[in-house]
Design a protein. Sequence first.
Length: 261
Amino acid sequence: MYVPLGVYLLFTLIPFYWMLLFAFRPTGSTSLVPWPLTFEHFDKVWNERAFGTFFQNSLLVGVASMLMTTVVALAGGYALARFNFRIKQGFMLALLCSQFIPGALMLVPLFQIFANLKMINSLGSVIIAETVFQLPLTMILISGFIKNVPYSLEEAAWVDGCGRFRAFCAVVLPLLRPGLIAVGSFAFVHSWNHFLFALMFLSDQDKQTIPVGLSTLMGADSVDLGALAAGGVVAAVPVVIVFAFIQKWLVTGFSAGAVKG
């Protein structure tokens, strides 16, 4: 078992080591060990290439889309899990079918909508687009989490005098914590890494995100490998931190919160 796992680990880690090597190795060096260490590439991308601004924009887009996606999907998922209505099955089918629609196919209508709303070249357009495209899957997942919470717990809260909203906040919401952390983290990572919407809806450099900023480091005739690797490290750090904090929730399983309390 350890042999294939070791091979897979090497296959996964070698590209990351190669990126770190070019990021910390001096320009012109051919050593396979990044020594002596240099931070010239990080200084270049952060100050000369405005990656500080790109980082702030990506962070804003990621956090805002994560919060909007989670809150809206939480309301929709609760309705799907707890209520029966005539078009419920058709609505669920529409949510599933929406996952087969590529984002590139919707660029023209989305651009026209945002142009009419005067939101082109605004981070709000990217946040809304990211939220809309992440909602269907997130709503389906949260609906499954809520179904795993015994309905009798809510009924007991109603008997004790809680309304539906208060019972949801006091009983259901705490049990959804592992699932909410997981789907919220995936929503953040997806928005952080997404390239297409930021490229199409944002034109000013001071409003670009990190994926678009990385593309500017690759010229038609040459590529600054050191700067590109340093930018890749900057882009990867928040994702690594997010998964380092949520790994215990992912390991224990999405439905772990449904049997605690």
